[in-house]
Design a protein around this ligand. Structure first.
Ligand code: UT7
Length: 321
C-alpha cells in the first residue's frame, strides 16, 4: 500500500504588506529586504480573519481540485503554530467547517516542519490501512505573533494556508519521509509564552516570535543540505533525478546555499518567497499548489520537499507526484 498526492490547494489573505510599507514602519529598505531575504511582499490577515478561515479556503481548493467533499475524507491533520484556539484542535474545527463527521482530526505543532510531519504521519496511517484518504493542511497567521516594531523579524513573516489530499495508491507516491528534531536549539527560535507558563510574562501587552536570525540561518543551511543528501541517498537517487525542489520558503539565501551544495540549478526550485514571505508550515503546500496550478509540476515528476524551523524540527519528503 502506498500514498499519492491526489490534489493540492492554497489560499492567501487579500491584504498585502510590501517592502515599501515596512520602510514607513521601521528603519529598513526595500533593497536590504530583497538582498538579505528575497522577500518583496507578504499577505497578512485582516482584523477578524483567522487561520481557520485560511485553512478552510485552502482545503476547499484542494477538495474542489479532486472533485471530493468532506464526506470522502477519513482523516484531517492541520499543522500550525497559530491555532485559532487551544482546543478543540484545528483539525476538528476544520472538519466542522467543511461539514465532515466521525473520522479522526487533529493538529500538529512542529513549527515550519509541521507540514512534513503531517505528511509523514498521514502516509504511515494510509500505508497501515488505518485510513484511505487524508486532508493535510499547513496554515499560519504569523502576523498575530509578529512584533511590527522589530525590523529583524517583522519583514520576514506572512500568513496563508496550503493543503493536499493524500490517498491510498498501488504505486508511490510518497517514496520516503525523514523527520528530525533537536530541543537543544529551543532558545534560538521560539514564542515565549503559553497556557501553562502563562501568557504575557515578558511584556506588558503581548508576546512575539523571538529569533536569533544569524544562528538559525547557519544551522538551517548545514542541516537542510545534509538532510537533502540523506534523503536522496536513502532512496538511491541523485539531485539530477529531481524534477523540482520545493523547499520551505524562509530565506532565498538559505535556498541558494542548499541548491549550491546539491548542485541543483535554481531553475528547478519552486520559489514563492518573493510573494509570500516566510509562512512557516504553510509555505511548502502553498508553493506546491502554485507550481501545480501554473503547470510547472506535472504528474510522474520526482519532487523533494524540505523544511526547518523552531525546536529545531526539520524533515523531508521525496515524492513521485
Ligand atoms: O522559518 C524557519 C527559520 N527561520 C529562518 O530560517 C530565518 C533565518 N535567518 C535569516 O533569514 C536571516 O538571519 C535574517 C534575514 C533574519 C537576517 O539576515 P542577516 O543577514 O543574518 O542579518 P543580521 O541579523 O546579521 O543583521 C545584519 C545587519 C545588522 O546591523 P549591524 O549590527 O550590522 O549594524 C542588523 O541590525 O542588518 C541589520 N538589520 C536590518 N537592516 C535593515 C536587521 N534587520 C534589518 C532590516 N533592515 N529589516
Amino acid at each position: 500500500m502506498y500514498t499519492r498526492i491526489r490534489s493540492t490547494g492554497h489560499y492567501v489573505p487579500e491584504r498585502v504588506l510590501t517592502n515599501q510599507d515596512f520602510e514607513r514602519m521601521v528603519t529598513t529598505s526595500d533593497e536590504w529586504i530583497r538582498a538579505r531575504t528575497g522577500i518583496e511582499r507578504r499577505h497578512i490577515v485582516s482584523p477578524g480573519e483567522t487561520n481557520l478561515d485560511l485553512c478552510e479556503k485552502a482545503a476547499r481548493s484542494a477538495l474542489g481540485a479532486a472533485g471530493l467533499g468532506a464526506e470522502d475524507l477519513d482523516l484531517i491533520l492541520v499543522a500550525t503554530t497559530t491555532p485559532n484556539q487551544v482546543f478543540p484542535n484545528m483539525g476538528v474545527l476544520l472538519q466542522d467547517r467543511l461539514g465532515g463527521h466521525g473520522y479522526p482530526c487533529t493538529s500538529l505543532e512542529s513549527a515550519c516542519a509541521g507540514f512534513i510531519y503531517g505528511l509523514a504521519i498521514a502516509n504511515s496511517l494510509i500505508q497501515t490501512s488505518q485510513c484511505r484518504r487524508a486532508l493535510v493542511v499547513g496554515g499560519e497567521t504569523l502576523s498575530r505573533i509578529t512584533d511590527y516594531t522589530d525590523r529583524s523579524t517583522c519583514i520576514l513573516f506572512g500568513d496563508g494556508a496550503g493543503a493536499v489530499i493524500l490517498e491510498a495508491a498501488s504505486e508511490p507516491g510518497i517514496i520516503a519521509t525523514h523527520l528530525h528534531a533537536d530541543g537543544a536549539y529551543k532558545d534560538l527560535l521560539y514564542y515565549p509564552s503559553g497556557i501553562s507558563l502563562g501568557f504575557d510574562r515578558l511584556r506588558e501587552s503581548r508576546d512575539f516570535i523571538r529569533m536569533k536570525g544569524g544562528e538559525v540561518f547557519r544551522v538551517a543551511v548545514n542541516t537542510l543540505s545534509q538532510l537533502a543528501l540523506e534523503t536522496l541517498e536513502a532512496a538511491g537517487v541523485t539531485s539530477t533525478d529531481l524534477s523540482w525542489f520545493v523547499p520551505h520558503q524562509a530565506n532565498l539565501r538559505i535556498i541558494q546555499s542548499i541548491a549550491h551544495k546539491l548542485g541543483l540549478p535554481m531553475e528547478r526550485i519552486v520559489l514563492t518567497i518573493a510573494d509570500h514571505g516566510n509562512t512557516s508550515t504553510a509555505s511548502i503546500p502553498m508553493a506546491l499548489d502554485v507550481a501545480v496550478r501554473d503547470g510547472r509540476i506535472q504528474r510522474g515528476q520526482l519532487l523533494l520537499f524540505e523544511a526547518f524551523g523552531g525546536g529545531f524540527t526539520w524533515g523531508s519528503a521525496l515524492v513521485r507526484y
